[in-house]
Ligand binder design. Structure first.
Ligand SMILES: Cc1ncc(COP(=O)(O)O)c(C=O)c1O
Length: 419
């Protein structure tokens, strides 16, 4: 027995100095009653805002009825209900779902499924991608060495291909796409033969790596190669999905249908739940018993997810994300004219990033200082990118025009305060 009080691990770093005593729509309120405009959405999670009354009501009702209907022991009636609703949103024939708790678990489920279904070992991922922090998903992650440092060796069978990040390469989108597709073909003859390649995993809009959208020709190029070689195409929509990009799925922008979709974050407005979606036929190729887990598909989270989908539909939140995303982008584009250190503005819908540079060099320090100045003025934001040089904007999908304009006004003050 120790008489020392327990504390949080010193490895847990918080991006802000704020204590969140209460959440209300687009705001976080601290114990002193100070209101912060929350443009982090808990890393893209609180899609319907904090504590949306319909989500709260659904969760409260479920808590009082049944909390832990363990999914591999009994039938939790919320799960088929949720699957039915999700099936209306996912593209055909992806209407079978495996539910788990976090994004990373959906990725792990997909790694197992693609290897079992194809009986092939290798997985191609794209440089800068983020897929999670558990050993399998971390092995697919190449957004920052900080995540991988000190934990190697990773899972084997992962091949990293270039992502068409035109701004990074300093090329046009056409040039970047040509290069990436050419390198992918080269991988098939130098590294991972098509017959040894189970799947490609890609974020349609890279998140942690720097808010970089893929493009239609690239995504269609992946689809063609997957079809030709019997490789599965898996879209990790954990961050960019569920309305955030201004369309329901980020891949809707590219007119390409994947073989599996990974869903989490915005799915239940803050309750932990994630899903792997695939066709029934593909799911049936997995190993019996390989999908499970103690808490996966928790009844409260599932009830909150059903309510979240209803709210997104009833309140037209995907359309709102598109409209407000346009407004935000246009505000930022106007600012860029006066602030050339805003080197690039990119992303989709309400998933936008502003890359800060000093001359040609990524400027993570400036981006960090901007966040501090924003926080002083009541706006919470996050950063991303390998140098933490990208200020990212991911407000809840309920955000309104006044809040967007207020946030950009604060951002401009922060630019001036850090110049
Ligand atoms: C695209 C993507 N995939 C997977 C994950 C992992 O999700 P989680 O943190 O819930 O495990 C994240 C988290 O940020 C993500 O952005």
């Amino acid at each position: 027995m120790t008489d020392q009080k327990g504390k949080l691990s010193p490895l847990l770093k918080q991006a802000t100095g704020v204590t969140a005593a209460k959440g209300e729509g687009a705001y976080i309120i601290d114990p002193e009653g100070r209101r912060y405009l929350d443009f982090t959405s808990g890393i893209g999670v609180t899609s319907t805002g904090h504590c949306h009354p319909k989500v709260v009501e659904a969760a409260q009702k479920q808590v009082a009825t049944m909390i832990h209907a363990q999914a591999t022991t009994v039938m939790n009636p919320r799960l088929p209900e949720l699957a039915e609703k999700l099936g209306e949103l996912t593209p055909d024939p992806l209407n079978a779902f495996f539910f788990s708790n976090a994004g990373t678990e959906a990725v792990e489920g997909a790694i197992r499924l693609v290897r079992q279904a194809t009986e092939r070992p290798n997985i191609i991922v794209f440089h800068g991608g983020f897929h999670g922090r558990t050993m399998g998903s971390l092995s697919l992650t190449t957004s920052s060495v900080g995540l991988r440092a000190g934990v190697s060796p990773m899972m084997s069978g992962v091949v990293v291909a270039p992502f068409p990040h035109a701004f990074h390469y300093g090329w046009s989108e056409e040039e970047a796409t040509d290069f990436c597709l050419r390198e992918l073909d080269r991988i098939f003859v130098t590294y991972s033969a098509p017959k040894e390649t189970a799947a490609m995993f890609i974020e349609p809009v890279q998140g942690e790596g720097g808010y970089v959208p893929a493009n239609t020709r690239f995504m269609q190029g992946l689809r063609e190669r997957c079809d030709k070689h019997g490789i599965m195409l898996v879209f990790d929509e954990v961050q960019a999905g569920f309305g955030r990009s201004g369309k329901f799925w980020a891949h809707d922008h590219f007119d390409v249908t994947p073989d599996a979709i990974l869903i989490a974050k915005g799915l239940a407005s803050g309750f932990p739940i994630s899903a792997l979606a695939a066709s029934e036929e593909t799911m049936a190729k997995g190993w019996p018993g390989s999908q499970g887990g103690t808490y996966g598909g928790n009844a409260i989270s599932a009830a909150a997810a059903i309510a979240t989908i209803d709210v997104i539909r009833e309140e037209g939140l995907v359309e709102n994300a598109e409209r407000m995303g346009k407004r935000l982008r246009s505000n930022l584009e106007s600012l860029k004219k006066d602030y050339p250190d805003m080197a690039d503005i990119r992303g989709m819908g309400l998933m936008l990033g502003v890359e800060m540079r000093r001359g040609d060099a990524p400027d993570g320090e400036r981006a960090g200082n901007i966040l501090k100045e924003c926080e002083k003025r009541g706006l919470l934001m996050l950063r991303c990118g390998p140098y933490q040089e990208i200020v990212r904007w991911l407000p809840p999908l309920i955000v309104n025009q006044e809040q967007i304009d207020e946030a950009t006004r604060i951002f401009e003050e922060a630019l001036n305060a850090t110049a």
